[in-house]
Design a protein around this ligand. Structure first.
Ligand SMILES: [Zn+2]
Ligand SMILES: [Zn+2]
Ligand SMILES: [Zn+2]
Length: 257
């Protein structure tokens, strides 16, 4: 099975308008260093419809049947109306994610299930395994203030286990339920937003690497990287030196699971 990180960046993307930091300056002249907002795709399943979804879908050119939303921050949900190109859609998130997606569809497409579409919304509980159509998944809660409900997912699909942290504060390192759910994953997608962790908001480089070690996935991809983080090359070096088997995502990094 193949999975693709559609967007490897965080809230403001790289380059961030008007920012002249090293990452933003380099990204303006080298498109390979640009980071669009976080999203990933596997098996007709989209995780997080980012504000860059139009570009992501245009380049990906594959069908989406299921959408999972980690949380209702702009960078993870604002592209939701772009899914109008698909007639049938199942949307999964906790109730806050589902309600926000419905509001966006109502505002921009005229209805939660727009005309001529069959869109179904599924509010899912935190910390329970849910089974549906050949896929089993677990939605764990993360600490990511100021948003009330945020989380990550573990998917069991075709005998492969894929874990996605979503946006999370370093408190996740003390969350036994979340770590147990992710443990032994074939693939972990971990956020690595900042150089230094921000309590109750985002992981730093050290915490993301620590999380990868605790989860012990066969392969780890670090993503959701802020323009103000280290350069891609420095991050790759830090991951390599820590002995983690994996890589730092760029936009459209493909991984075989
Ligand atoms: Zn984010
Ligand atoms: Zn910058
Ligand atoms: Zn967020």
């Amino acid at each position: 099975m193949k999975l693709v990180i559609l967007g490897s960046g965080s809230y403001s993307g790289t380059p961030k308008p008007l920012c002249n930091c090293e990452n933003c300056s380099r990204a303006r002249t080298n498109p390979l260093l640009r980071r669009t907002r976080f999203s990933l795709y596997f098996e007709r399943t989209l995780i997080d419809p980012s504000p860059d979804l139009h570009y992501h879908l245009g380049r990906l050119n594959r069908r989406v049947e299921r959408v999972f939303i980690t949380h209702a921050h702009f960078d993870h949900i604002a592209g939701f109306p772009e899914l109008q190109v698909f007639r049938e859609l199942d949307v999964y998130s906790h109730s806050q994610g589902v309600e926000t997606a419905k509001r966006l569809a109502l505002l921009f497409l005229g209805g939660a299930s727009p005309d001529g579409r069959t869109w179904r919304y599924h509010g899912i509980p935190f910390n329970e395994w849910v089974e549906l159509g050949g896929m089993v998944f677990f939605h764990f809660r993360t600490v990511h203030q100021p948003i009330e409900n945020a989380g990550g997912f573990v998917f069991d699909v075709k005998g492969r286990k894929i874990a996605v942290t979503g946006d999370t504060g370093p408190e996740i390192l003390k969350d036994g339920d979340a770590i147990r759910a992710m443990e032994g994953a074939d693939l972990l997608i971990a956020e690595m937003t900042h150089r230094e962790a921000i309590p109750k908001a985002h992981l730093g480089v050290k915490e993301a690497i620590e999380l990868a070690k605790r989860v012990g996935a066969d392969y780890t991809v670090f993503a959701h990287i802020s323009h103000s983080n280290y350069t891609h090359e420095v991050l790759e070096k830090k991951v390599r030196e820590a002995g983690v088997v994996g890589e730092v995502a760029r936009d459209f990094t493909w991984v075989e699971v």
